[in-house]
Design a protein. Structure first.
Lengths: 503, 341
């Protein structure tokens, strides 16, 4: 009998043009949490998708309880006791929690002893029991669409737990969870550990990894670097192993000097009474204003309101003392305000279009001959300039953006905005889901922009980033602005105090 | 020098092979038509070629109109009925003053160019209505155009009283069915030039103007386009207006080509146009599509019809074969994207 519940050996997988995995391996012990770490593109998700049968591996073997097995597809994986919570959620919003959890394996009863129908009573009873077990205060008949993103994520986790799995893969499970929700997730994980479930935990958050995991496997460029006991690792040693080099500074030195006030928001209130209300703030030329708060503090909603994506009922916005009327993003852009939205996939990239098209889309009207014909060579020069300045790693400007890594996609979209030369740049979670190396590059870009005199509003849920990059911090709580802190005086402690200052 | 030439040839050959691999349905149809050409009489005749060109030209104009809707993840089911309405309006207004079967005897005999402008204006208006409902009321294009399709047909029946329309001014039919040159009995139909001009115009719009780039951006990701400052509403509105104008133009030409018009004219043309676009690589998931592809798609579809005719297939079976080709073409097209996973 093997000491490992599941073992992957010598796994290789190639995609057209990329060797995603070469001789990767993983050993999972029952009742242990195994963290899988690496920069984006290191092959973590690919390895998990091979385990879960979404991808077919080119080479390699999988053993369960020491026996070699072949996993054909996700259904096969589930039947072998492997469950996975995906990084990108795929719930069905218009159906109930119960139906989402039992999707594909509805309990069946025979009507009149021969017509198979879904046993709704049993389904909802089981769901309620499950929700109670994982301590989620929802009703099984609630529509999934009525939940917030983080609540949906918890439901997805509950769904995986309900499969009575022996191996549970969690791919960035906490990316949208609040601290309380993370704690309840950890409770669930600890219960599963006691039941002997092996858990694969993929995350970029070092503190979580060190807290929850027993072993850590690190991957780099599709290859296995090594496995260590979590207790013997530190944040620095993990990062060093991940990037293969010493990262002395997490944040670049900033040389920007904030000048006079250029952008002012007064008494901004949403059309939705549960969203942002009576928010006032200002930002100076060349200043980086960090916006902190818990998930659900309505920071994104506020910024999208200012940018014209969402509606507001009252409030004014001033740029250089002049009031701006913004009712749609185009108005904001025309006045020199730009916004990098939170979700790259849903509102950032245009996947099937090229890097060049993605960079130039919002500034095309500046490169017209005779007011109608786009000057291709000028546009290409703009694109090349951005690719070069941002260090975007792409085979060519005609490459489809969807084939780039997350960090490079993000740089393309930042480039899109810089092509417009905005005065005020709103960045909503600029480094979410991006690996350590690319993060540092994005910090450098932000610092450089501030130095050039651009005013930067940066929403971030990462405490280190908030403290490390901001000249000043605005903290929001429950739709209100709960306070400001000077960058030099801000600590994790006083930011959290303001972020939890509920009325 | 010789070596580089050889290399060049290789490049061309491998590129042709790659294109063939990604368009199997086109290759298949070209192959079939060659076989048919050598096994039947008159397939490879100048008359047949001229016929193919004229048929393709009008279908190409309709397909160009619909392509913008498809690229932005929409569709236009009203295309065929709009063609029919334009044909009927053009037909009625262009009837000879001395024609005994005139539908509206009080109408004056009109100049064909003025009639063209009227027809195009009506097409633009219907397109505007479609685009306005889709972009402002956010009704899905499928439903919107399903509704307007029926409405347009209704108006067409009312306007024509379901009567066939004939007795056109000669100058109109002669000009549009006119042709130029004579090389061993082969003439270039004027319609070919109309198609070429509009093909070039659409290539320019799609590749060189903001409108075109915005159209691809909306198809790629409408939310991202909106956030990037693209006026998505007006872009969509323009797309449907342009489409309406193209259908009207096609209807105007079709009436002349057929020498008559009736309310049933253009029925099902929207499906042929959508099929042509899809065979030509316009992606059903949005953001992808080229004018050259649309041309190839339409050409292949028309070729298919002629091949079936030459093979002596029972015309009722034509629908079966055409339907199969549509489904197979889309299935193969989608496989390209699935294979990438």
């Amino acid at each position: 009998m093997s000491e490992y519940l599941l073992e992957m050996k010598d796994v290789s997988k190639a995609f057209p043009g990329v060797q995603a995995l070469s001789h990767a391996q993983l050993q999972l012990k029952p009742g242990h949490v195994h963290a899988l770490m690496g920069e984006n593109g290191a092959g973590k998700s690919t390895l998990m998708k091979c385990m879960f049968g979404i991808y077919k591996m080119d080479e390699g073997q999988v053993f369960i309880d020491g026996q070699p097995v072949i996993i054909k597809d996700p259904i096969d994986a589930l039947s072998k006791g492997i469950a996975m919570v995906h990084q990108e959620l795929q719930p069905i919003p218009a159906r109930t929690i119960g139906e989402n959890i039992f999707l594909g394996r509805y309990p069946i009863k025979k009507l009149l002893r021969f017509i198979p129908t879904v046993d709704h009573d049993k389904m909802y009873k089981d769901t309620d029991a499950l929700l109670k077990k994982v301590k989620l205060p929802f009703d099984s008949k609630q529509l999934v669409g009525s939940l917030s993103t983080s609540q949906m994520q918890l439901v997805e986790i509950a769904k995986a737990v309900s499969a009575n799995c022996r191996v549970l893969i969690l791919d960035e499970p906490t990316s949208s969870l609040t601290q309380n929700e993370v704690d309840s997730l950890f409770d669930i994980i600890n219960d599963l550990k006691k039941d002997g479930v092996a858990i694969v935990y993929i995350s970029h958050k070092m503190d979580e990894i060190l807290k929850i995991s027993d072993e850590v496997t690190i991957m780099r460029d599709g290859q296995y670097v090594g496995t260590w006991e979590a207790s013997k690792l530190t944040t620095t040693s993990i990062i060093t192993k991940m990037v293969g080099r010493e990262l002395t500074n997490l944040f670049p030195k900033r040389e920007n000097v904030p000048g006079e006030v250029v952008f002012e928001v007064k008494d901004f209130t949403s059309i939705n009474p549960k969203s942002f209300r009576h928010v006032s703030f200002n930002i100076r030329k060349g200043e980086i204003l960090g916006v902190g708060g818990l998930v659900g503090a309505q920071r994104t909603e506020l910024m999208e309101g200012i940018f014209g994506i969402r509606s507001h009922v009252s409030g004014k916005v001033f740029l250089n003392g002049k009031e701006l009327k913004i009712s749609r993003p185009k108005d904001a852009i025309d006045h020199g305000v730009a916004m990098l939205t939170e979700s790259r996939r849903t509102s950032g990239i245009m996947g099937v279009l090229s890097v060049a098209d993605n960079i130039s889309i919002s500034s095309l009207n500046k490169y017209l001959d005779y007011k109608i014909c786009i000057n291709s060579s000028k546009v290409e020069a703009l694109v090349q300039d951005n690719v070069h300045k941002m260090n975007i790693k792409t085979p060519s400007s005609k490459t489809l953006i969807q084939s780039l890594s997350g960090g490079n996609q993000q740089k393309v979209i930042i480039g899109r905005w810089l092509a417009n030369d905005p005065d005020v740049l709103i960045l909503d979670e600029p480094t979410r889901g991006i690996d350590v190396g690319a993060k540092y590059e994005i910090y450098c870009i932000i610092a450089e922009l501030a130095k050039q005199g651009k005013s930067i509003l940066m929403i971030t849920s990462e405490m280190g980033e908030l403290l490390g990059m901001s000249d000043r911090i605005m903290v929001m709580c429950d739709g209100r602005c709960s306070g400001f802190l000077e960058g030099s005086q801000a600590t994790q402690q006083n930011v959290m105090e303001l972020a939890t200052k509920f009325e | 020098m010789a070596a580089s030439l050889d290399k060049n040839n290789k490049g061309v050959a491998s590129r042709i092979l790659a294109t063939a691999k990604s368009n199997p349905i086109v290759v298949l149809l070209v192959f079939v038509s060659i076989v048919v050409g050598f096994t039947t009489q008159n397939f490879f005749s100048w008359g047949n070629l001229g016929n193919l060109i004229s048929n393709t030209a009008i279908r190409f104009l309709i397909a160009l109109g619909v392509s913008g809707c498809l690229i932005t993840k929409g569709t236009d089911l009203s295309a065929g009925r709009q063609v029919g309405l334009a044909a009927c309006i053009a037909g009625v207004l262009i009837q000879r003053g001395d024609y005994t079967g005139r539908l509206y005897k009080s109408f004056p005999e009109m100049n064909m160019w003025i009639v063209l402008l009227i027809v195009l204006a009506i097409g633009a208006f219907i397109g505007f209505v479609n685009g306005w409902i889709i972009s402002r009321l956010k009704v899905p294009p499928f439903i919107t155009t399903l509704g307007t399709q029926t409405i347009v047909y209704g108006f067409c029946l009312v306007f024509t009283d379901a009567q066939p329309i004939g007795g056109f001014q000669q100058v109109y039919t002669k000009l549009i069915t006119g042709r130029i040159g004579n090389v061993r009995g082969f003439y270039l139909p004027y319609l070919l030039f109309v198609a070429l001009v509009f093909g070039a115009l659409f290539w320019f719009i799609y590749n060189k103007t903001c409108h075109g780039k915005y159209m691809y951006a909306i198809g790629g990701n409408e939310v991202a386009a909106e956030v990037s400052g693209v006026n998505t509403k007006n872009t969509l509105l323009r797309i449907y207006i342009i489409a309406g104008v193209m259908y009207a133009l096609a209807g105007y030409l079709l009436a002349a080509k057929s020498g008559g018009a009736s309310a049933s004219m253009g029925q099902g043309y929207e499906l042929e146009a959508i099929a042509g676009c899809t065979i030509g690589g316009v992606s059903t998931t949005g953001g992808i599509g080229r004018v050259s592809g649309v041309l190839v798609g339409v050409l292949v579809f028309e070729l298919l019809k002629i091949v079936l005719q030459f093979l002596g297939v029972n015309p009722y079976y034509n629908y079966v074969v055409q339907g199969l080709v549509i489904v197979v073409a889309v299935a193969l097209d989608i496989r390209k994207y699935i294979a990438k996973k």
